[in-house]
Design a protein. Structure first.
Length: 446
């Protein structure tokens, strides 16, 4: 008789239950391995969270290494009817006397009068050269209307706008430069050069003529003569844009913006805390701490926490202003290691020496920005960083656990197969024994 699992049909023994119980004991080992794996995966996730926050802080500090990123400057003018002022990266403090002597103008060219926009333009070509750009050719085909010529000009690569003007009696094609001014040092009439070539005989020639001559803006800044092709002047004062409105004389002041600078410092504190809190949280040990899934016992994380606290609180050497430590301007460390701001103390520092605050962050090598960046780089480096090595080590452990789980499953399958066969054979043996016993009993009765 072939061996099969007849589960106690003859013997009365529930072999399936016995096999399941023995299988369950073995699966406890697999579940423990899965729990170990889940703990390591949790550690990998937490390392990723810390690394991501540190990278964001590092990126922020890369910009927070220049005075104009720490200290925000604002510009003002004595007469906004003459010009307005805006500031950006690179702005520095100063006072300037500025006289606007001429505004920049856009060159405009206008055609002769047409009856309406559907009036036919004589076939040929227009060659349009704007400043020192290459000439652009626009083809006027037979039967093309004045409105269609305007559309063709606008669809071309020429840096001009074409429009139609109606004076109530006639319509005109107008071609205007997209940008004001002309190449500095060259003839203003060269801002737009239009050459008309007609090959057709029907329709009307455009006969474009200049109606507005291009002009560059001119101004003096503390007596220094400046010429600009635009009324938006951003090359004269670093980080400062002057928007010229009309001719006149004004005083322009660029000075620190205390409110905006406070916001910059608040952002630094926020970015530091966002990087520090996950580290501090993982190292906190309580009676419920699970070392298998947390980073509480990780010595490299402990060293990182201590180094971050040290580098953000210690003296900054070589500063030229009043301040040599963050605590002096009201940025202090609370008992948990997070940074917090003493508002009154910071306000006093901003009033007393706002420029000196920048030194705390921008000093080369010794400044807080460089110190923290140098500290974090070995941890967050994608190719050879500490965190990369740590995650690789974790993944190696996971691979070993996966191999062990596969091995345990293989062993369970073998065990189940073996026990099933053994119990089946036992049932066959019991059945045979019972059959022999019955036969002997029959013989005895004869």
């Amino acid at each position: 008789m072939a061996a099969s699992n007849i589960s106690g049909l003859v013997s009365g023994m529930d072999s399936n239950a016995i096999i399941d119980a023995m299988k369950g004991v073995k699966e406890i080992q697999i579940n423990n391995l899965k729990k170990q794996k889940a703990g390591i995966e949790s550690q990998i996730s937490k390392v990723g969270t810390i690394k991501s926050a540190m990278k964001e802080l590092s990126t922020f500090l890369e910009d927070f290494k220049t005075d104009d990123e720490v200290i925000t400057y604002t510009g003002s003018t004595s007469d906004e009817d003459v010009l307005t002022v805006s500031t950006g990266a690179g702005a520095l403090p100063g006072n300037y006397d500025i006289e606007v002597t001429q505004l920049a103008e856009i060159e405009k060219n206008r055609s002769s009068a047409f009856d309406n926009t559907t009036s036919e333009v004589t076939a040929g070509t227009l060659n349009i050269t704007v400043k020192d750009e290459d000439a652009v050719e626009i083809e006027i085909t037979e039967g093309m209307s004045m409105g269609e010529v305007a559309d063709a000009i606008n669809a071309s690569d020429a840096e001009v706008f074409a429009s139609v003007i109606n004076d109530g009696t006639n319509v005109y094609l107008q071609v205007s430069a997209k940008e004001s001014g002309h190449v500095i040092g060259e003839d203003p009439n060269s801002a737009i050069v239009i050459t008309e070539n007609y090959t057709g005989t029907d329709g009307q020639a455009l006969n474009l003529t200049q109606v507005t001559t291009a002009a560059n803006a001119t101004l003096t800044v503390d007596g220094l003569e400046v010429e600009s092709t635009s009324n938006n002047v951003s090359e004269v004062l670093e980080g400062v844009t002057l928007e010229l409105v009309e001719e006149g004389t004004v005083q322009v002041t660029v000075q620190p913006d205390k409110a905006a600078t406070r916001e910059n410092l608040e952002e630094f504190v926020s970015m530091f805390n966002e990087a520090f809190i996950p580290i501090s949280r993982e190292l906190k040990v309580t009676e419920d701490t699970d070392y298998a899934s947390s980073l509480a016992g990780d010595s490299s994380i402990k060293r990182l926490k201590l180094a971050m606290q040290t580098n953000v609180t210690k003296i900054v050497g070589g500063t030229s202003g009043t301040w040599s430590a963050l605590s002096e301007i009201g940025i202090e460390m609370d008992p948990t290691g997070k940074l917090e701001i003493d508002s009154d103390k910071l306000d006093d520092a901003l009033d007393k020496d706002i420029a000196g605050i920048a030194d705390l962050f921008t000093m080369e090598d010794t400044g807080i920005s460089d110190r923290i960046i140098d500290l974090m780089d070995p941890y967050i480096e994608d190719l050879e960083g500490t965190f990369k090595d740590k995650v690789e080590s974790f993944n190696d452990r996971i691979d070993l656990i996966d191999d062990e789980i596969d091995d345990q499953r293989w062993r369970i399958e073998k065990m189940v197969s073996r026990l099933t066969m053994q119990f089946a054979n036992m049932e066959i043996a019991v059945q045979n024994f019972n059959s022999q016993g019955g036969a002997l009993a029959g013989l005895a009765a004869v």
